[in-house]
Design a protein around this ligand. Sequence first.
Ligand SMILES: [Cu+2]
Length: 350
Amino acid sequence: MMKQWQVAKRILPLLAVFSLLLSACGREDLSVMKPQGPVAQGQYDLMKLSIAIMIVVLIIVFAIAAYVLIRFRRRAGQNEVPEQVEGNFKLEVIWTAIPLLLVIVLAVPTVQTIFAQGEDLSKDKNAIQVKVTSHQYWWEFTYPQYDVTTSQDLIIPTGKKIAFELKTADVLHSFWVPSLAGKMDTNPDGTVNRFSFSAPNEGVYRGKCAELCGRSHAFMEFKVKAVSQESFDRWVNEMKAPAVLPEDTQLAEKFKTNCLSCHAVGDQGGPVAPNLTGIGGKEAVAGILLNQREGQEEGNPVLDNMKQWLHDPQSVKPGNTMPNPKDLGLTDEEIDGIAEYLANYKLDYE
Ligand SMILES: [Cu+2]
């Protein structure tokens, strides 16, 4: 008895840690338990249904087992072999029929939901088409209907169905917004995966790469920002507006030659690296340095984040392909100047 308690005392803290880990330490925005859209809701309902059925089966089976253990236990002075029974037609019919029924109860809504959610909306004119391309370690979003490309913050209008077409530029990644829908892989073999979701309520929904893809996999975050249709239309217009460049012409030149060879702002630059249009108004810098920190009123977190990133991108996201601006020959003042310009580059659409 003493020994058992000793073992339990050692295991209990371990269990506590594991339950904390499993609950992801209370970060609810990456949880599937609080669905914020019809797709996630449908998937959550299926989970609830199967867990409810499993719990009922578990309780009944354990109750019968406990009853049999007690009712038919060996009593004092009982030495003869008990009556041996074999085969009971009625019982066998019952315990074949009940599981069959349960499987049907599980299968019907599951198959219905899978087919409903797997509907191909790539030709649907009412759906917003979005091409998702995953990169080590960032997300690119192209809207072919609007001829707009952005990165890291996926802006969508509320209530509209968003039809995704997913592919990768390098290795296997997985696109996951837990509160809006389940995961969808982006495959390196060239196949294109499709799915869709919608967000009825305005808000920012946290997304994450859900497939180990390299050193900075854990930092490969993005946001889905659902806004009103009017705000979305304004955002599209702002994205298509001519690029805003640094006011200082010398700095603008440095920015063009060093940054716009890979990045784009407005109609200028290249498509190799994340599109920087309106980057100062995004939820995070590099997808992971949050611009709005809880409780922080003072200071300029966007500028702080931008400086932190530009002065040493590798320390923020190890293994990313962005060269250190210092190695490109930019001075600390020039890097600060570009950081300031980018932090103030905001789109006015909300
Ligand atoms: Cu990834």
